[in-house]
Design a binder for this molecule. Structure first.
Ligand SMILES: C[S@@+](CC[C@H](N)C(=O)[O-])C[C@H]1O[C@@H](n2cnc3c(N)ncnc32)[C@H](O)[C@@H]1O
Length: 216
């Protein structure tokens, strides 16, 4: 997916992936993943996710990365925060309160930025990427995160013959292939997620499974 694809989706309001509620797997599993809440959480491809608010309310500081300035600005507006803005290499960095969001391409993120991250949270991020970029994404996370970093991955799988992504279907086998060399992977939950995704039913899906993994 080219950056323009996502920028356009934000511009046209085609953001069916955005949720007005906190991700159920986050509130259910995060407490067992991150006991130390005075730490920084990396949220790649963060959009304007309200999950960042939830993480901050637990005490974390949040480091997001997002391509669309519109998404980043909407996030701060929703939080009623006026962010400070600075330039860092190819990024515009917005910060206010516990939030710092780097607006630009994740794959260009300077390595040092993640030095003090303790956890990561991926919901609808891996599955937003086509296969070659998923491999690049997993490699990049492995390279830039310190060995002790652990995280929560919320992934989706469905019959790929029914719909083309994004979101892409990412099987358990693929998750193992992508992250298995670098992380121990615990399967936390698998649930039928079709009913809550009317936009994907319209696109032809007749089955959708949401899977939560702990990566450590
Ligand atoms: C499917 S959305 C998920 C957003 C968020 N995680 C959520 O749960 O609402 C994927 C997001 O990733 C952003 N994105 C896609 N490719 C990116 C990249 N290379 N670097 C940074 N952000 C990217 C898109 O603009 C979009 O907001």
């Amino acid at each position: 997916m080219e950056p323009e694809f996502w920028i356009k989706r934000w511009e046209t309001g085609d953001i069916g992936f955005h949720r007005d509620e906190v991700q159920a797997g986050l509130s259910e599993f995060w407490p067992q993943i991150a006991q130390n809440t005075e730490t920084r959480v990396f949220v790649p491809l963060c959009g304007k996710s309200l999950d960042m608010r939830w993480l901050a309310a637990r005490g974390h500081s949040v480091l997001g990365v997002e391509l669309s300035a519109q998404a980043v600005e909407a996030f701060f507006e929703n939080e009623r925060l006026e962010p400070e803005l600075r330039r860092e290499e190819s990024f515009s960095v917005y910060s206010a309160g516990p939030f710092e969001i780097w607006c630009g391409d994740l794959f260009q993120l300077p390595e040092g930025v993640l030095a003090n991250v303790s956890y990561f949270y991926d919901r609808a991020s891996l599955v937003a990427l086509p296969p070659d970029m998923r491999a690049k994404y997993a490699r990049r996370l492995g390279e830039v995160l310190k060995p002790e970093v652990s995280g929560l991955l919320v992934s989706l799988s469905y019959n790929p013959a029914e719909m083309s992504g994004p979101p892409f279907s990412v099987s358990k086998v693929e998750v193992e292939k992508l992250f298995g060399d670098r992380f121990a992977i615990d399967l936390l939950s698998e649930r039928d997620a079709l009913a809550g995704n009317a936009n994907l039913i319209k696109r032809g899906l007749t089955g959708l499974v949401e899977t939560c993994y702990r990566l450590r």
